[in-house]
Structures are given as structure tokens and as C-alpha cells.
Ligand binder design. Structure first.
Ligand code: SAM
Length: 261
């Protein structure tokens, strides 16, 4: 009933998505824990450690520019800074959190005030639409592009992939964490039952907003399969290794990666 039927313009879709995230921004972090039973933390940890930002064989280690698209309240960006600055002792890693939604970014900004000062200075915030990034992000300027639980909301996914390709350096990596398709029929049945009745209900009880959470569940349903999404990444010009994706928790979520040749 958010009307994502054919015939709705991209602009209108973008505005509706903006409305959803303006209304969920304050409750977003708490809701994530409730909706996924805390699993989103494990997936995010795994996503970031698989990318191992800040890792470098040279001494001093290579600087890195990371762009976290649809970065929302900062979960991925903060983990990347920790991985780079603390685990890899590489302070020369800068992360830009970009999001179309200023409400989500301002929650992220206030959360970032709890980070160590050195990490705060390595962080910047950029309001932007992933499907048309501003000139401030130059062609071939980014080492790592991440997007977690964001791309399924974009009104034009191929356009976002083209932009990712444009801003990445040759050798740069596109990495996406997103809800995906569950292979096992039993797990899928349980998961569907939870997402279609449990999540909107918790949305109502905790955030007082059933419709926004109903929309989020429907957007997962509409998102392409692991293979179809991998093919879109390849069509955008990226090179993928193996299957091009990794399933998490039986496919409830999946990680896709591609390299700009
Ligand atoms: N990456 C964060 C995380 O994993 O917790 C936030 C994910 S949140 C589910 C999805 C985010 O996508 C929202 O903050 C929303 O504003 C953003 N978004 C939706 N459409 C967008 C677009 N066209 N460009 C950039 N961000 C967008």
C-alpha cells in the first residue's frame, strides 16, 4: 500500500522512501535489533571483517578512501573505522557516510560523537542520492564502496551501480550487504511468517509506525535473487569472483562483491 506499483515515477518512489526513513530514524537502531533478533550485528561484523578495511602490506600502510552509501546511522562506517584504525593500526583511512536522508545522518552524527577523536576526524557526512552522486565525489577516487541494507530501497539500482563504478578507482571494490532469498523451504516459511506479520506488528508497538515497516518488508520481497543481482553487478562492468555472492543465515542476507577492473 505504499504504491510501488508500475507507473509510479522514480522521483515519487524516492520521496516515499525518504518519508519512510524520516519517520523511522529515531527508532531505527532499536528496531533493527528487534526485527533481526540481533542478527544484523553479526552480519555487519562479518561484512566489515571480510572487507578488512585498512589492511595493507606496505609500510607505512596505504591510505584508503571509503564511501559508505546509504550509511544511515553509521553502523557500517563505525565498524570500518574501528577495523582500520584499531585492528589494522592504519589511521590513514577516511570514511564518508552518505545518505539521502538527513534525519538518518543526524542520528549518525550524534552517535559518532562517542567515537575516539581520531576516528571522528576521519569521518565525514554527505547527504546524497546514490543514483546521482554529486561531483564532490570525483570519478575514480574511491577505494571501497559499501552499501548495507540500502540498495533495495533505491528507485533505480542500475543507476546506483553505474555511479559506484564511476567513483571507484580501478582495482576498487563494490561491496553490498542486503536481505536476500532464503533457499531452504522450511526456513523460508518461518522467515516469511515472521517478516510479514511479526515485523509490522513490532513496528506498530515499538515505533508506532506499522506502514513504514510493512514497506521495508515488501521491499525485501521485491529485491532480485542473489544470482539476478550478481548479474546486474556484472552488467555494470564489475568483475566478480566465484559465484559473486555469499549467503548469510541461509540467504536471509547476502554479501555481493565486485571489483572495478
Ligand atoms: N547502512 C545502514 C545500516 O546498515 O544500518 C542503514 C540502512 S537503512 C535500512 C537504509 C538507508 O538507505 C536509509 O538510511 C535511507 O535513507 C537510505 N536510502 C534510501 N534511498 C536512498 C538513495 N536513493 N540514496 C542514498 N540513500 C538512500
Amino acid at each position: 500500500h505504499f504504491g510501488f506499483e508500475d507507473g509510479v515515477s522514480e522521483k515519487e518512489k524516492t520521496e516515499r522512501v525518504a518519508g519512510v526513513f524520516h519517520s523511522v530514524a529515531e527508532s531505527y537502531d532499536r528496531m533493527n535489533d528487534l526485527m533481526s533478533f540481533g542478527w544484523h550485528r553479526i552480519w555487519k561484523d562479518h561484512f566489515v571483517s571480510s572487507l578488512n578495511p585498512g589492511a595493507s602490506s606496505s609500510n607505512p600502510p596505504k591510505p584508503q578512501r571509503i564511501l559508505d552509501i546509504a550509511g544511515g546511522t553509521g553502523d557500517i562506517a563505525f565498524r570500518m573505522l574501528h577495523n582500520a584504525h584499531v585492528l589494522n593500526s592504519n589511521p590513514d583511512v577516511h570514511v564518508t557516510i552518505s545518505d539521502i536522508n538527513t534525519s538518518m545522518l543526524s542520528v549518525g552524527k550524534s552517535r559518532s560523537e562517542a567515537l575516539p577523536a581520531s576516528q571522528q576526524t576521519a569521518l565525514s557526512f554527505l547527504p546524497a542520492d546514490a543514483t546521482a552522486l554529486p561531483d564532490a565525489i570525483a570519478d575514480s577516487s574511491i577505494d571501497l564502496y559499501t552499501v548495507a541494507f540500502g540498495i533495495r530501497n533505491f528507485s533505480n539500482i542500475p543507476a546506483a551501480l553505474r555511479e559506484a563504478y564511476r567513483v571507484l578507482k580501478p582495482g576498487g571494490v563494490f561491496a553490498c550487504l542486503e536481505f536476500s532469498k532464503v533457499g531452504n523451504p522450511l526456513l523460508n516459511a518461518a522467515y516469511k511468517r515472521w517478516s510479514f506479520s511479526g515485523i509490522p506488528m513490532i513496528g506498530q508497538l515499538v515505533a508506532g509506525d506499522r506502514d513504514s515497516y510493512q514497506y521495508l518488508v515488501e521491499s525485501i520481497e521485491r529485491f532480485p535473487t542473489q544470482e539476478a543481482f550478481r548479474d546486474m553487478i556484472v552488467d555494470a562492468g564489475f568483475v566478480v569472483g566465484g559465484d559473486g555472492y555469499e549467503n548469510l543465515t541461509g540467504g536471509v542476507a547476502a554479501i555481493h562483491k565486485g571489483m572495478k577492473p
